[in-house]
Design a protein around this ligand. Structure first.
Ligand code: SF4
Length: 295
């Protein structure tokens, strides 16, 4: 902040005093930096932003970003974010989850938030296993991967969160890579600026427990949709791109913005908060007419 009280926004604006407790080299560091860079470039004041999280290595994010934060229950960052947005829709609300947290424990919330189109951003740190509990298979672990819970290799088809999001009503669907911070930052910026529900799924190498999906593994396979001429308004093309990794047996994995559309948000359609946020309204409610109806 300068002498006149103006904030000079950069990544340091959002630093906290918490000691970061991730393994050296973890993909979470790249995501954390990208989030701070995106907030700085959007000139978001710390008090204008709330980050909610569930349980997992990623869930420490609210402690490491100088905004409001809420670390809640496993799989529940999305309903907490929905509640915050309904209480004060002027806030920028970001939910942070992982593949175990968001695509298994919290899968029902993921599905319903998309069809409602709440104006929130959901960043999923997808390390393709449960990192905090030392490496069990998750919904996105690739077929055949041997983990502590799949000694003979995974036999379940991995969830495709991008395809699920496109088909289930998400209005901004993107995927980034923690090893490409400038690109990821742009996707997060676009997601926060988007009016409606935005998903930013992120490949986040877990350097301690995932010995298959490493930085090198992704670098050899990922390519950028925007450089390939993909039109994110084309839903059919977005679906095709979402299936490309499976159809090419993971030889080509697209990252970037898959799909975007404009649709009224949940908050836009609530006359109760059309004039001002719920938190700014008086709490005096006369329930007499309601009680009279009951007798
Ligand atoms: Fe990151 Fe994996 Fe370590 Fe968790 S266990 S902090 S996901 S490297």
């Amino acid at each position: 902040m300068d002498a006149k009280g103006n904030v000079n926004f950069d990544v340091n604006t959002y630093n906290t005093k918490e000691m970061i407790q991730w393994c050296p080299g973890c993909g979470n560091f790249g995501i954390l930096t990208a989030i701070k860079m995106a907030l700085a470039e959007l000139k978001k004041q710390p008090h204008e932003v709330v980050i909610s999280s569930g349980v997992g290595c990623n869930s420490k994010i609210p402690h490491y970003v100088m905004t409001y934060g809420f670390e809640g229950l496993h799989g529940r960052p999305v309903p907490v974010a929905e509640g915050i947005k309904l209480a004060n829709h002027k806030l920028t609300v970001i939910a942070e989850g992982g593949d175990g947290d968001g695509y298994q424990e919290g899968i029902q919330h993921f599905i319903h938030v998309m069809r409602r189109n709440h104006d929130i951003t959901y960043i999923v740190h997808d390390n393709q296993l449960y990192g905090l509990t030392t490496g069990q298979a998750s919904a996105t672990t690739l077929l055949g991967t041997k983990t502590k819970t799949t000694l003979h290799g995974v036999i379940e088809t991995p969830l495709n969160p991008i395809l699920l999001a496109i088909d289930n009503g998400a209005t901004y669907v993107a995927r980034g890579f923690a090893g490409d911070i400038p690109h990821l930052k742009e996707l997060i910026k676009g997601a926060i600026a988007h009016k409606g529900f935005s998903l930013v799924e992120v490949f986040q190498p877990c350097v301690t427990f995932n010995k298959l999906n490493t930085y090198e593994w992704f670098r050899e396979r990922v390519y950028k949709l925007e450089e390939a001429g993909h039109d994110p308004r084309d839903k059919k093309a977005a679906r095709e791109k979402a299936e490309e990794e499976v159809l090419t047996q993971y030889k080509k994995i697209p990252i970037g913005l898959f799909y975007r559309e404009e649709r009224p948000t949940y908050e836009d359609q609530l006359p109760q908060i059309a004039d001002k946020p719920l938190v700014e309204k008086q709490l005096e409610i006369d329930i007499t007419p309601f009680l009279k109806k009951l007798v």
